[in-house]
Design a protein around this ligand. Structure first.
Ligand code: PMP
Length: 426
C-alpha cells in the first residue's frame, strides 16, 4: 500500500480530498483509496502491483469488462482523424440510430458528456415542455449533481424540498418534491396536492444509489399511470440501468415506456458520454428545433462516439447478457449461502447484472430507510476483508455492485472463496 498511501498524501495537497469524485476517497469505509494503474477484463491493479477482482467496473460502464479490445481499437483509430471538430459527424448519426433501435422509446436522442448533463437537460426539457416548475424525485435516488436534483425530503411526504448540499438555493430546492421509493401512495398524495404544477417524475427504474433496490411489482406501472393522469412527463434515469439490467434497459426488463430516458456509463464504453431522448413531440422542443436551450462544445465527440459505438455494437449481439446474468445470480446466491453458513444477517437484491448485499435482519430491502439502517460497521469490516483478499467492492454500503462479461465462473468462485474467509472473521 506504500505507493497508494504516498500518492494519496500528495494528491490531497492539490485536489480536494485527493480525488475528483467524492466516493473514491474511501470516506465511508475509512483507509487509503487504492490508486489504480491498469485494468483488464474483471481485474484491476493498484500502484503497488496488487491485483483485484473489480465489482465497481468504473461505476457501471464496463459491462463488457475492462480494456475491451474492440473499444480500445476504435478509440485509437478515431484519434488519428482528430480529437474534436465541433461539427456534425456520421458517427453521431449512427449512434442516434443505434440507441433508438436498442431503446425504442427513444425516438430521438441528444448526446451529452455525462449522466449529470443528461438528467439536468431532461428536467429542463420537461419543465419547458409542460410550462410547469415542480419535479418529483425519490428519496435515495441519485441523478447527478445538478442543483434541482441535489435535494432530499423534509419530514413528511408533502414537505417541500430542502437542499441536501450547501450552494443549492432554497428557492431552487423548493421545486423538488421528494417521495418514498416503491411507495405509490406517497406519489399519489403529492400529485393530489401539486399535480397541476408537476412537470415530471424522474426515477431510477432500478435504484442503484442506495445500494441496489429493484422496483416492487406495480410501482413503475403506477408512475406511468399517474403521469398520464396529470399530464406530467415520466423520465427514466437509466444512466446506470441502461444496457445493464437488460439490453434495452429497465424499460425493456419491466415493459414500461417512459416519455424521456437518460443514459450514461455503458453508452460511452468508458469515455465521457451521456444522452437523453424520448418522444419526438417532446424532444423537438429543444434548440435548434425549439426554444429550450441545451448545448455542448464536446457533445457527440468523435473519439467518445467511436468508443460508444464499439460498445453498443457488441451489446447488440444476441445472448450477450445470458451468462452475465447467470454469473450475477451465482454470485448473489453464493453470498447469501455463505452468510447463512456463518450466521450473519444478510439479504441480497439483484437486477440483471446489478446486485446489492445488505447486512440487515430485514427480509427484503425495498426503500431508502431500510437501506440506510443496515449494519455499516459490519459492511466496513467485510469491505476491508474483501479488499485484503483482492476483491474490490464499492467503498460504501449504499452502492450497487456490477458484474461484467469478463466475470466468468472461475472469477465468481474465487470471489466466493474470499467471502467465505471474510465472513468467518465477522
Ligand atoms: N444518474 C444515475 C442513476 C447515476 O447513477 C449517476 C452516476 N452514478 C448519474 C445520474 C450521474 O452521472 P455522471 O456521474 O456521469 O454525471
Amino acid at each position: 500500500m506504500q505507493k497508494s498511501e504516498a500518492l494519496f498524501t500528495r494528491a490531497q495537497k492539490t485536489i480536494p480530498g485527493g480525488v475528483n469524485s467524492p466516493v473514491r476517497a474511501f470516506k465511508a469505509v475509512g483507509g487509503t483509496p487504492r490508486f489504480i494503474t491498469k485494468a483488464d477484463g474483471a481485474y484491476m491493479w493498484d500502484a503497488d502491483g496488487k491485483q483485484y477482482i473489480d465489482y465497481i467496473q468504473s461505476w457501471g460502464p464496463m459491462v463488457l469488462g475492462h480494456n475491451n479490445a474492440q473499444i480500445r481499437e476504435a478509440v485509437i483509430e478515431a484519434s488519428y482523424n482528430g480529437l474534436s471538430f465541433g461539427a456534425p459527424t456520421e458517427a453521431e448519426v449512427i449512434m442516434a440510430e443505434l440507441v433508438s433501435e436498442l431503446v425504442p422509446s427513444m425516438e430521438m436522442v441528444r448526446m451529452v458528456n455525462s449522466g449529470t448533463e443528461a438528467t439536468m437537460s431532461a428536467i429542463r426539457l420537461a419543465r419547458g415542455y409542460t410550462s410547469r416548475n415542480k419535479i418529483v424525485k425519490f428519496e435515495g435516488c441519485y441523478h447527478g449533481h445538478a442543483d434541482s436534483l441535489l435535494v432530499k425530503a423534509g419530514s413528511g411526504a408533502l414537505t417541500l424540498g430542502v437542499p441536501s448540499s450547501p450552494g443549492v438555493p432554497a428557492n431552487v430546492a423548493e421545486h423538488t418534491l421528494t417521495v418514498e421509493y416503491n411507495n405509490l401512495d406517497s406519489v399519489k398524495e403529492i400529485f393530489e396536492a401539486h399535480g397541476d404544477d408537476i412537470a415530471c417524475i424522474i426515477v431510477e427504474p432500478v435504484a442503484g444509489n442506495m445500494n441496489c433496490i429493484p422496483p416492487v411489482e406495480g410501482f413503475l406501472e403506477g408512475l406511468r399511470a399517474i403521469c398520464d393522469q396529470y399530464g406530467s412527463v415520466l423520465i427514466f434515469d437509466e444512466v446506470m440501468t441502461g444496457f445493464r439490467v437488460s439490453r434495452g434497459g429497465a424499460q425493456e426488463r419491466y415493459n414500461i415506456k417512459p416519455d424521456l430516458t437518460c443514459l450514461g456509463k455503458v453508452i460511452g464504453g468508458g469515455m465521457p458520454v451521456g444522452c437523453f431522448g424520448g418522444r419526438r413531440d417532446i424532444i423537438t422542443h429543444i434548440a435548434p428545433t425549439g426554444p429550450i436551450y441545451q448545448a455542448g462544445t464536446l457533445s457527440g465527440n468523435p473519439v467518445a462516439m467511436a468508443a460508444g459505438l464499439a460498445a453498443l455494437t457488441q451489446i447488440k449481439q444476441p445472448g450477450l447478457y445470458d451468462s452475465i446474468f447467470e454469473n450475477t445470480q451465482t454470485l448473489v446466491d453464493g453470498f447469501q449461502a455463505l452468510a447463512d453458513k456463518h450466521n450473519i444477517s444478510l439479504t441480497t437484491n439483484i437486477a440483471g447484472s446489478m446486485f446489492g448485499i445488505f447486512f440487515t435482519d430485514v427480509e427484503k430491502v425495498t426503500n431508502y430507510k431500510q437501506a440506510i439502517n443496515c449494519n455499516t460497521e459490519q459492511f466496513n469490516k467485510f469491505y476491508h476483508g474483501m479488499l485484503e483478499q483482492g476483491v474490490y467492492l464499492a467503498p460504501a454500503s449504499y452502492e450497487a455492485g456490477f458484474v461484467s462479461k469478463a466475470h466468468d465462473a472461475a472469477v465468481i468462485e474465487q470471489t466466493l472463496a474470499a467471502a467465505d474467509k471474510v465472513f468467518s472473521t465477522l
